[in-house]
Design a protein around this ligand. Structure first.
Ligand code: TNX
Length: 543
C-alpha cells in the first residue's frame, strides 16, 4: 500500500517536475552499492535544516557550509532530537526520530536485488558493516539521511550528498536552481584504509592557505591522508625548536632562487587541525639520510667532513647526506623526529630514505635501522620510500613503493618480513608527470600520465609478490620542482587525483574506464564553479 501511494504521488509530481538530473550512482569514487529509487527524488528547499546527533555536529556544520553559498538558504544545524530536519546525519544504529522522514520510509532490509528503504539497523546492513569510514545514504521525497558508525563515515556520506546535487552547488554565490537529489540508497565503504596524496612543500614552498585548500580537495574525493614532504635539498619547511637554524636558515631557499619559507609549529598545528576536521591525517616526512642539503647549510657539523655546502636551488637529486659516522647526527634525528611526532596526532612518521646515492649500502642500512628505532621510540609507525626495504623490520613498518615496473624483490621480501605497502607507482600516479608532451610543467622520466593511465591499474595486484592483504592503500605524490603556484598544483591534481581516489576507495568490481570517464566528466563543471584549475584532458568527455 505504501508503495502504491508513493507511486501515485510520484505520477502527479512527474507532470510538474522532471527527475533529478544526476543519477544516484554518478559519484566519484564509485560507491560500493547503489539502489536508485526514481520515485523518491528529494528537492532541497529554503526550509531545509540539518538535524544531527551531537557527535556529528562538526560534520553537519561542514555540510551546511557547502550548501549555503550557492542555495542562499540558511540551512540551520540543530541537535534537538525533536526538531524538524530534512537532512539528518546520525552516528547511532538507532536512527534519530524525525516525523517527516520516518513516515516516508517504510522499513526493509538492504538487498542488492531490489530498491532499499530501511534505515541502517533495521535491515541487512547496520552501522556495524560500515566499519570506520563507511556510511549509508537514504534519499526519499521527504528528506535525506546519512548514517554511519563514525564521524569520518558521516563526512564521506555528506560528500556523496554534495555530489548528488547539481554542479552549481559548488558556486560561491546564490543561483536559481532546482536543488534535486536522486532518490534511493547508497551503502558505501572503502576498499583500502590508506588513501592519500603527497605535496612537496620543500622544492617550492606553499603557504598554509594553499595546503588547506589541498586538504579540501582530498576530502572531497574521500582521500584520508595528506603526506607533507617537509624537507629536501632546496629547503627545510618545519620549525624545530631544538635546532632553530633548520628553518631559519634552511628555509630561506627553494628551486629557482625564490624566497622559500617554512611553517612555524603553530602553522603546522593549524594544518593538522584543519585536516583532522576533514578526517584527513597528516603524514609528515623528514627525508633522511639523503635530500638533506638545506639541513647541512644550516648545520655544517652534520655534513660529511664538516664541509659547509652551498645552498642548493637546482633540481638534481642524490648528492647530499647527513654524516652517518657522527653520533651528533643521531641526536639530530632523535630531536627532529621527537618534535615532529609531538606536533602530529596521526600515527605515522615518514623517514624518506630515497636516493641516498652517495651512502654505501651497508652504511645506509645501519643508518636506517637506527633512524627507524628513533621513530619507533616516539610512538609513531615508520613509513618510508621503498629504498628502506633492505633494513630490518620494525613493528608496523610501511614502505611506499614508487617504482615503475611492478616488480621489486626487495620490497616483496620486506613484506614477507612484516612490512605493509603504500602504492605510488611512478608511471601511474606521479602527479608531477606531464599529461602529454605539450604539458607546460612537469617531468616525463616515468612517462606521460593522462587520466586513463592513472586509472587503469589495480593496487591489489600491481606489485609482484605483494598480496592485496599487505597493501595499505594508494598515494599520489606531487613533486614540485616545476610547480610554483596553487593553480599549478590544482592543474596537476585534477583530474588525476579523483582517478587515484577511486582506486583507493571503490571495490574492484566497479572498475570500468568507460563508466568512470563519464562520471568524471560531470565534475568539470563542479571544478569550474569552485574555481579549481584543471587539465581538460582529451580522455574525458567533458560536457
Ligand atoms: C624522485 S620519488 C624523487 C624526488 C623527485 C622526483 C621527481 C622519490 C622518492 N624521489 O626526489 O622530486 O623523483 O619526479
Amino acid at each position: 500500500a505504501a508503495e502504491l501511494a508513493r507511486t501515485a504521488a510520484r505520477s502527479a509530481g512527474d507532470l510538474l517536475t522532471p527527475p533529478a538530473p544526476i543519477r544516484l550512482g554518478d559519484v566519484v569514487p564509485a560507491p560500493e552499492r547503489v539502489h536508485p529509487d526514481p520515485a523518491a527524488d528529494y528537492t532541497l528547499t529554503a526550509d531545509a535544516a540539518i538535524r544531527v546527533s551531537p557527535a556529528g555536529r562538526e560534520v553537519a556544520e561542514q555540510l551546511a557550509g557547502w550548501l549555503r553559498p550557492a542555495t542562499g538558504y540558511p540551512v540551520p544545524v540543530t541537535d534537538a532530537p525533536d526538531a524538524d530536519g530534512l537532512l539528518v546525519l546520525t552516528l547511532s544504529e538507532a536512527p534519530l526520530g524525525g516525523a517527516a522522514l520516518d513516515a516516508a520510509r517504510p522499513a526493509g532490509p538492504v538487498d542488492a536485488a531490489r530498491p532499499v528503504d530501511g534505515a541502517a539497523g533495521e535491515g541487512g546492513v547496520g552501522v556495524d558493516g560500515l566499519g570506520d569510514e563507511g556510511y549509508r545514504l537514504d534519499v526519499t521525497g521527504a528528506g535525506v539521511r546519512v548514517t554511519a558508525a563514525t564521524a569520518a563515515g558521516l563526512l564521506h556520506g555528506a560528500q556523496t550528498l554534495r555530489q548528488l546535487l547539481p554542479a552549481a552547488i559548488d558556486g560561491a554565490a546564490p543561483v536559481t536552481e532546482r536543488w534535486a537529489v536522486p532518490g534511493g540508497t547508497v551503502v558505501d565503504r572503502p576498499r583500502f584504509p590508506y588513501r592519500g596524496a603527497m605535496l612537496d612543500v620543500a622544492r617550492h614552498f606553499f603557504p598554509v592557505e594553499d595546503v588547506l585548500r589541498v586538504v579540501d580537495h582530498l576530502a572531497r574525493y574521500k582521500l584520508n591522508h595528506l603526506h607533507l614532504h617537509l624537507t629536501d635539498d632546496q629547503g627545510w619547511r618545519i620549525a624545530v625548536d631544538s635546532w632553530p637554524r633548520l628553518s631559519e636558515v634552511g628555509g630561506l631557499t627553494e628551486v629557482g632562487g625564490g624566497p622559500g619559507g617554512f611553517y612555524t609549529q603553530a602553522d603546522y598545528r593549524r594544518i593538522v587541525a584543519y585536516a583532522a576536521r576533514r578526517h584527513v591525517t597528516v603524514v609528515p616526512e623528514i627525508d633522511l639520510p639523503g635530500h638533506t642539503n638545506a639541513a647541512l647549510v644550516a648545520y655544517p657539523d652534520l655534513a660529511p667532513g664538516k664541509v659547509p655546502p652551498p645552498p642548493y636551488t637546482g633540481t638534481e637529486v642524490g648528492f647530499s647526506y647527513v654524516d652517518p659516522a657522527d653520533e651528533r647526527t643521531y641526536a639530530f634525528v632523535a630531536d627532529v623526529v621527537g618534535e615532529v611526532a609531538a606536533l602530529t596526532p596521526g600515527p605515522w612518521l615518514h623517514l624518506g630514505g630515497d636516493e641516498a646515492f652517495k651512502v654505501p649500502a651497508d652504511t645506509y642500512r645501519a643508518f636506517v635501522e637506527r633512524a627507524q628505532t628513533l621513530v619507533a621510540a616516539t610512538g609513531k609507525t615508520v613509513v618510508g620510500w621503498h629504498q628502506l626495504a633492505p633494513a630490518g623490520h620494525v613493528d608496523g613498518r610501511v614502505l611506499q613503493w614508487w617504482g615503475t615496473n611492478g616488480d621489486d624483490p626487495e620490497t616483496a621480501d620486506a613484506v614477507r618480513r612484516g612490512a605493509r605497502v603504500i602504492l605510488s607507482p611512478g608511471n601511474r600516479v606521479y602527479l608531477d608527470m606531464k599529461y602529454a608532451t605539450d604539458t607546460p610543467i612537469g617531468h616525463d622520466w616515468a612517462g606521460l600520465i593522462d587520466v586513463q593511465r592513472a586509472y587503469d591499474w589495480d593496487p591489489g595486484t600491481h606489485l609482484t609478490g605483494v598480496p592485496a592483504e599487505a597493501v595499505l592503500g594508494v598515494e599520489a605524490p606531487l613533486w614540485t620542482e616545476s610547480v610554483t603556484t596553487l593553480a599549478e598544483v590544482e592543474f596537476m591534481l585534477f583530474p588525476r587525483l579523483p582517478a587515484v581516489a577511486e582506486l583507493g576507495w571503490s571495490p574492484r568490481s566497479t572498475h570500468d574506464w568507460a563508466g568512470f570517464r563519464e562520471r568524471l566528466a560531470a565534475h568539470g563543471p563542479r571544478w569550474t564553479a569552485a574555481g579549481i584549475t584543471f587539465h581538460p584532458s582529451p580522455d574525458v568527455p567533458w560536457p
